[in-house]
Write a protein that binds this ligand. Sequence first.
Ligand SMILES: [Zn+2]
Length: 106
Amino acid sequence: MIFTCPVCGYRELPRPAVDDLICPSCGTQFGYDDCSASHVDLRREWIRRGLNWHSRVIPQPRSWNPLVQLTEAGFAVRLSGVNMTEEVTRTVIGDEPLITVRTVAA
Ligand SMILES: [Zn+2]
C-alpha cells in the first residue's frame, strides 16, 4: 500500500504521512513540520522554494514533474492558452496564479 503526501501530492509514500515520515518530494517531516504550519502553508513554502526534489537518498523519478504532481493531486489547476507567439501555462492554487511557464508556440 502506498500513500499520498498531503503537502505536495507525491503518491509513492511507503506509509501514512505521520510519525516522522519525511516526504522525499517536498521534504515535509510529518509530526514535526506540520505541528506549527498547515499543509497549505507548507505547500506554499515548497512552491516558493522552487518545487525542488528534496531527498538525496531516494533519487528523483526520471519523469517527475512537480506541477503535474500538484495538479493530479487536486492542489493546482493548470491553465493553458496560446496567443500569437507563445504558449502560456499557468498553475493556479486557489485563485492565486503562482507559476507561469511560457514557451514559444510551435
Ligand atoms: Zn510531499
